[in-house]
Each structure stands twice: as C-alpha cells, then as structure tokens.
Ligand binder design. Structure first.
Ligand SMILES: [Zn+2]
Length: 255
C-alpha cells in the first residue's frame, strides 16, 4: 500500500513529467470521485496547467492554474505512470499533455480523485494533522498525554499525517519503547527521540525508494516478519494488536 514515502516519490515523478504543462484532455474511467469535488472533474481539468503540488500524508494535491487542486488518493494500489502510446492496464484517470500522457492506475478500486477549490479547507474538514515531515516540534510534543497507547497516537492522522503501521513500529523500536505504553508515560527525551526518528526513517525510505532491503542493518523494517528476530539481541519478535493494527516489537529491547 502506498505510504507517505511512496506518495512523495509519486509527487516528484508527476512534477518531473507534468510541471508547467497544460492538460489537453482528461478522462476518468471507473474511479470514485469524492463528494467534496466540484462537479465534472474531466471538464474542470481540461485546458488547465499543472503549476505545483502539495502533499499531506498520503494525499497528493496538484495545483492547477485556476487556483483549484486535483486531489489524488492512491488507496491500496494506485500509481502514476507516464506513457506515450500504449495506455497501461488499470488506467482510471488519464491526462494528455502536449508531449506525454499520464495515467493514474489503480488495480483495486480503492483510490479516489477530486477537484477542490481549496486543499487547506479540505484537510481541515478532514481534521488532518500536519504532514509527518513538516510537523512542528511543539505540536508533536503536546500530543503526548492521556492513557492512549503511544502506537495509537502515532497512527492518529489528526495528530500527524502519514505515519503508517510499519513506520510507527520502527520509530518505537529505535527508541526502545513498547507500543502499548500510555502516551503520558513517554518522557520528554523519548518524545524527542520519536520525533527525530519519524523524520529520519521517512526520509531514508524516500531516499531508498521504499525498498526496505536497502536499509542499513540494525533496523526493524528489513527484518520485520514472523520467524525473524531483533537485530540487537536476537530475541524473536513479539506481536500484538495495538490500535487495531499488528505491532512488532522486541520484548527485551523495548520497555
Ligand atoms: Zn531486542
């Protein structure tokens, strides 16, 4: 499933291929249009120019030259693909530019699109927190209160947007914190550690093209599967449902 690092890579790919270019035509094919959208997505894209982009967590917004925004939700399987002749399979949104075509492909129909008047209003209506790569330290620190499990807090998209299950497990592992611990029990130093890990892990993943096998040894993500063990102490991973998600952790190194 595309997470923040994949969507950031998609954003860069789309900007490399489409920035400043005019959409000569757009075609939707069986993709869900969000109720927040202006009517007639195809007509509202026609003739517009792509002039920038924003990303919040897994939501990508392409700025159009009339001040509106094209929102792309990649869902479980979405991906942008530039092509010339042969349209890729599973194309649900196709846009033609003067020198290339862009397909957004979804194998499963869990993605969605919208043309929005204002992406900030959309994010605020969805109660979306700041993007995990841009979250201000003060806002991050203030979230750590209450009995809620720290893992649930990290996954709460109204706290920070874009920390997925795997990345939360790695953040907790690197800081020796059990996922079940109440948010209020996390010390200031531990909060700082989590904040720094959030940025470094997500940036590393973007840099490595989200290929966990290229991650340095000693991290959880390249060995996070059943039957594998903690790179530090070789204890088998423990697993538990926290906040509805399966969490991996080391009973020995995390407390
Ligand atoms: Zn361990």
């Amino acid at each position: 499933m595309p997470e923040l690092p994949e969507v950031e890579a998609f954003r860069r790919r789309i900007m490399d291929g489409a920035m400043g270019k005019q959409i000569q035509s757009a075609r939707l094919d069986g993709i869900r249009v969000l109720p927040e959208s202006v009517p007639d997505v195809e007509a509202s894209l026609h003739g517009r120019r792509v002039v920038g982009s924003e990303r919040n967590g897994k939501s990508l917004f392409l700025a159009l030259d009339d001040g509106r925004w094209l929102l792309l939700h990649f869902g479980m399987s979405g991906e942008p693909v530039f092509f010339h002749d042969q349209e890729p399979r599973f194309t649900r949104l196709a846009m033609t530019f003067p020198d290339c075509k862009l397909a957004i492909c979804w194998q499963r129909k869990l993605g969605a699109v919208a043309v929005l008047e204002d992406f900030r209003a959309y994010l605020s209506a969805k109660k979306r927190g700041p993007d995990a790569l841009e979250a201000p330290w003060d806002a991050f620190r203030e979230g750590f209160h209450g009995r809620r499990a720290v893992k649930s807090l990290l996954l709460d998209q109204s706290f920070v947007s874009g920390v997925g299950n795997l990345y939360a497990d790695e953040m907790l592992y690197q800081n020796g914190i059990l996922p079940q611990r109440p948010a209020s029990s996390i010390s200031e130093d531990e909060v700082k550690g989590l904040y720094d890990s959030m940025g470094s892990i997500l940036r590393l993943s973007i840099q490595m093209g989200t290929d966990f096998s290229r991650f340095p040894s000693g991290m959880m993500l390249n060995v996070r599967h059943r039957g594998s063990s903690c790179p530090r102490c070789r204890s088998p991973w423990s697993t538990s449902k926290v906040g509805g998600r399966t969490s991996f952790f080391c009973q020995h190194c995390q407390r």
